[in-house]
Design a protein around this ligand. Structure first.
Ligand code: 4AD
Ligand code: MG
Length: 430
C-alpha cells in the first residue's frame, strides 16, 4: 500500500499498512500529527491518545525526524490534512529511531552545506521532484526511440581514444597500459548502426572540463542515437520530434512535481515542431548587432547561446559551425566546406545547448585526412576507419545531455541538482 494510492482515494475507509520515514511531527491536545513519506508521496497520520495503547503514544513522543517506521490505521477523508486524507493510526512500530539533530532542519542552508549532505538532501520535496522529472525524461527518451524502431546498444566506458577532443579526457591506468573514460559513445554506435540500422546508447560520459559553470559536470548522462542513411535534415527532424515527445510526456506525467518546483509550464507547452533554424554565420551577425565582440570562427559561449536562445520562444537549431572548431568526424558542407553539417539545439528561456549533432564523414580518405589534421593517433582509430571500408553509408546522429535538458525543463539555475550525486571540478564527495 502506498501514499499515492491513498491520496488517489482508492483506500478510503480501509485499513492500511504503511512503511516510511517521519518528515515532521507535532502534537496538540492528545493527538500526535505525523507527516510520513514513503517514496510515492507524503501523508498525515494521527495518533489519538485515547485510541492507541499507552506504550505506542509514548514511543511516538520520542520519534525524531527521519526515523523509519511501519504503521497500521484507517484511511479517512480530512479536508484539513495536506492532500485531503489522513491515516488514523492504531498500531505503530519504530524500525529505526533516527539520531537527534537531523542536519537538514527547516532553516535555509548554503549550497556547499547542502552538497556535503547530498545523501540526505535528496529526501527533500524539491529534490524528489527534480529527480522524478529526470527519471521521466530518461524514460521518455527510451520510449520514444524504442517506439521508433531503434535498438539500444551500449557503448563502453573504458576507451582507447578520444571522441570530443583530447583536452577533456580523463586518463586511467589499464593493466600496464592506459585507457580513457569515454567522452561520448558515438564512435561505437556508428559501428552498431551498420548491424541494426537505427541504434542508440545511453550512459554516463566523462569530461575533464576545467570550466566551473552552472551547466558543466565532469560526469553526465547522454542519450546518443545514430541513424544509417539519415541526412542532416532528417537528423534535425528526429531531434525536434524526440524533444517534443520528452516535454509532452513529462508535462503529462509530472504535473505535481512541476507544482512543487513552482515551474511555470506555459513556455514548455509551446514546444512542438518545427523549431527555428539559424546558421552559425547568422548567429554571429545577430550577436554582433547586439553589441557582442565576437568574430566569425570563434566558439559560442554561454552568454552568446543565452542571447540567441532568448530571441526564440521554442528551441532553436544553430547549424553549420566552422569545421575547424568542431570534432574531426563531422561531414563538411558540400556547398561550403569551411563549415560542418552540424547543429546545436539551444533550449529556450536562456538555457542554450542541450543537444549536439551532425552528419558524419563516411568517405575513408576524407576521414583519414581529418584524423591526421587533428593530430590524433591513427592506430587507435583503425577500427573506426574500418567502418568506412565495409559498407560505409551516409549517416547522422546526435547526443542529448540529460542533465542539461532537466535543468531547462525544471528551470533551475544550476545543473548540480539534476543528478543524484553530481561530480564537478571541485566535488567528488559524497
Ligand atoms: O556536443 P557534445 O560534445 O556532442 C557529443 O559528444 C557528440 N559525440 C554527440 C553525438 O553526436 N553522438 O555533447 C552532447 C551534449 C551537449 O549538447 C550537452 O547537452 C551535453 O552533452 N554535455 C554536457 N552536459 C553536462 N556537462 C558537460 N560537461 C557536458 N558536455 C556536454
Ligand atoms: Mg556541443
Amino acid at each position: 500500500m502506498s501514499v499515492k494510492d491513498i491520496l488517489e482515494g482508492k483506500l478510503t475507509g480501509k485499513e492500511v499498512e504503511l512503511k516510511g520515514w517521519l518528515v515532521t511531527k507535532r502534537s496538540s491536545g492528545g493527538v500526535q500529527f505525523l507527516m510520513i513519506r514513503d517514496g510515492t508521496g507524503t501523508i498525515q497520520s494521527t495518533i489519538h491518545k485515547d485510541e492507541v495503547n499507552e506504550k505506542i503514544f509514548q514511543e511516538t513522543d520520542k520519534l525524531t525526524q527521519e526515523s523509519s517506521l511501519a504503521l497500521k490505521g484507517i484511511v479517512k477523508v480530512d479536508k484539513r490534512a495536506p492532500g485531503g486524507y489522513e491515516i488514523r493510526v492504531n498500531d505503530l512500530q519504530i524500525v529505526q529511531l533516527a539520531v537527534q539533530d537531523y542536519p537538514l532542519s527547516k532553516k535555509a542552508h548554503g549550497i556547499d552545506f547542502l552538497m556535503d549532505w547530498r545523501h540526505l538532501w535528496i529526501r527533500s520535496p524539491r529534490q524528489i521532484a527534480i529527480l522524478k522529472i529526470r527519471a521521466e525524461v530518461v524514460k521518455a527518451c527510451r520510449d520514444f526511440l524504442d517506439e521508433q524502431g531503434f535498438t539500444l546498444t551500449d557503448s563502453p566506458i573504458f576507451t582507447p581514444s578520444s571522441v570530443e577532443g583530447v583536452a577533456t579526457l580523463f586518463e586511467t591506468p589499464y593493466f600496464g597500459d592506459k585507457a580513457f573514460l569515454t567522452q561520448s559513445g558515438q564512435l561505437y554506435v556508428e559501428a552498431t548502426m551498420a548491424a541494426f540500422g537505427k541504434v542508440y546508447c545511453f550512459g554516463p560520459t566523462f569530461r575533464a572540463e576545467k570550466s566551473k559553470t552552472p551547466r558543466h559536470l565532469t560526469e553526465f548522462w547522454m542519450v546518443e542515437p545514430e541513424m544509417a542513411f539519415f541526412t542532416f535534415e532528417d537528423n534535425l527532424r528526429l531531434q525536434e520530434e524526440m524533444l517534443t515527445y520528452i516535454v509532452k510526456k513529462t508535462l503529462e506525467k509530472r504535473s505535481k512535481e512541476f507544482e512543487v518546483l513552482k515551474r511555470d509550464t506555459k513556455p514548455l507547452k509551446k514546444v512542438e515542431p518545427p523549431f527555428d533554424r539559424i546558421s552559425y554565420t547568422e548567429a554571429i551577425g545577430m550577436l554582433q548587432k547586439d553589441g557582442f565582440s565576437i568574430e566569425w570562427g570563434e566558439d559560442l559561449g554561454l552568454p552568446h547561446e543565452k542571447a540567441i536562445s532568448l530571441k526564440f520562444e521554442k528551441p532553436v537549431f544553430v547549424h553549420r559551425y566552422p569545421a575547424r572548431t568542431r570534432a574531426f568526424y563531422m561531414q563538411p558542407d558540400p556547398e561550403d566546406p569551411k563549415v560542418a553539417l552540424c547543429a546545436d539545439l539551444m533550449a529556450p528561456e536562456g538555457y542554450g545547448e542541450i543537444i549536439g549533432g551532425s552528419e558524419r564523414i563516411y568517405d575513408l580518405k576524407l576521414l583519414e585526412q581529418r584524423i591526421e589534421e587533428f593530430g590524433l593517433p591513427k592506430k587507435a582509430y583503425e577500427w573506426y576507419l574500418a567502418l568506412r571500408k565495409f559498407g560505409s553509408v551516409p549517416h547522422s546522429g546526435f547526443g542529448l545531455g540529460i542533465e542539461r535538458t532537466v535543468t531547462w525543463i525544471c528551470k533551475l539555475k544550476h545543473i548540480r541538482e539534476t543528478i543524484p550525486f553530481p561530480r564537478t571540478t571541485t566535488r567528488i564527495y559524497p
